[in-house]
Write a protein that binds this ligand. Structure first.
Ligand code: KG4
Ligand code: ZN
Length: 333
């Protein structure tokens, strides 16, 4: 339908520079440039991230436009991530979006990165979108939340981490095992050959629907230190088992709270979003949970929309565009 808005989405909150073109809810392009540089440092270096965004932003937007076969004057609005994220990184995306919209005389729309992760479920990609209300387990490198989603604009956080995020727990544990950043995907990979019950780690004791991962991290650190003192080859000889046991511990913490959230709210629709929602074991365990309960409906995004991408920012922008919920140029990240 030609009356459908064409939204340019821009994402630059952390270490991925991404631009996407959506026509209505359909993705015409979703270009992501990852920043390899951070793997040398075992984590994202904010100053290096800002500099890389600065270099990437124009080529990435150009690539998104040409891949989508869309001319600049066809774009209805520019949606960009306004937070949360690294300030220097956000400033690159927001400054670009503002100048671009000013040049073209089109509206700008600010998007909350975490809402973008959740709304990625509404991209028209053949997957069924969740029906409202639903719970969303939003698990990324910076956040771990259970969100009660009433509509594309009304969302309430009913549980959150008190310290580290689940993605951080994966990445920091991976670092202890000598795995380069970001370690989450590699722990996922090596765990497939390991025994999930080979090692046990301390469990958090957090009330209500909140999470904690810092105690687990310390428990993993001590287990590795103590055993490496006795046997210098401990990590090497137990590598896959360590990965599997760590992954099991993190995922179990998430699943336990999700079960309570479903019971407490009576909401049986569950979606997952954010980088950690790409985790194979988390997906398998949730699928088991849903196949054991006929009332329980599970929504899992395509892998490409789990980790940071601009299509999720563009879809969130699309909903705000329908409400004419535009920002002005004074908005700061
Ligand atoms: O959503 P995201 O791309 O960026 C943030 O907003 O933080 O999430 C990145 C996080 C990283 O911590 C990364 O290790 C984790 O998601 N991650 C995974 C997997 N893929 C990405 N963690 C576990 N298993 C995976 N397959
Ligand atoms: Zn994210």
């Amino acid at each position: 339908m030609d009356s459908e808005p064409i939204i340019l989405g821009i994402e630059s909150s952390c270490d991925d520079t991404s631009a996407s073109i959506l026509k209505g809810r359909k993705v015409l392009s979703n270009v992501i440039s990852n920043q390899e540089i951070h793997s040398l440092y075992g984590g994202v270096v904010p100053e290096l991230a800002s500099r890389a965004h600065e270099q990437n932003i124009i080529p990435v937007v150009d690539a998104a436009l040409s891949k989508a076969n869309i001319k600049k004057n066809q774009i209805s609005a520019v949606a960009y991530t306004n937070g949360p994220g690294l300030l220097g990184s956000l400033l690159v995306g927001s400054s670009f979006a503002k100048s671009f919209s000013l040049g073209l005389g089109i509206p700008i729309i600010t998007v909350n990165h975490m809402k973008g992760h959740i709304l990625s479920h509404f991209i028209d990609d053949g997957n069924e979108s969740p029906s409202f209300p639903f719970l969303c387990l939003t698990v990324s490198g910076g956040h771990t939340q259970i969100v009660q989603v009433e509509s594309p604009t009304i969302m309430n956080i009913i549980g959150t981490t008190l310290d580290d995020a689940a993605g951080e727990a994966f990445d920091k544990s991976a670092k202890l095992l000598g795995i380069a950043y970001p370690g989450g995907p590699l722990i996922d990979k090596y765990s497939k050959k390991g025994n999930i019950h080979a090692f046990t780690f301390g469990k958090p004791k957090v009330k209500n629907l909140d999470f904690s991962f810092s105690g687990l991290k310390t428990s993993i650190l001590y287990k590795i230190q103590n055993n490496t003192q006795k046997d210098p080859n401990f990590i090497k000889d137990n590598f896959n088992d360590l990965c599997a046991s760590i992954q099991y511990s993190i995922v179990s913490i998430l699943i336990e709270k999700i079960k309570i959230a479903i019971m407490q709210t009576g909401i049986n629709n569950l979606a997952i979003a954010g980088g950690v929602s790409a985790n194979t074991y988390l997906r398998e365990e949730l699928k088991k949970l849903s196949s054991n309960n006929n009332n329980f409906k599970l929504y899992i995004p395509k892998f490409e929309y789990c980790t940071d991408n601009a299509a999720m920012i563009a879809i969130a922008g699309y909903f705000k565009y329908l409400d004419k919920d535009y920002a002005n140029l004074n908005e700061t990240p």
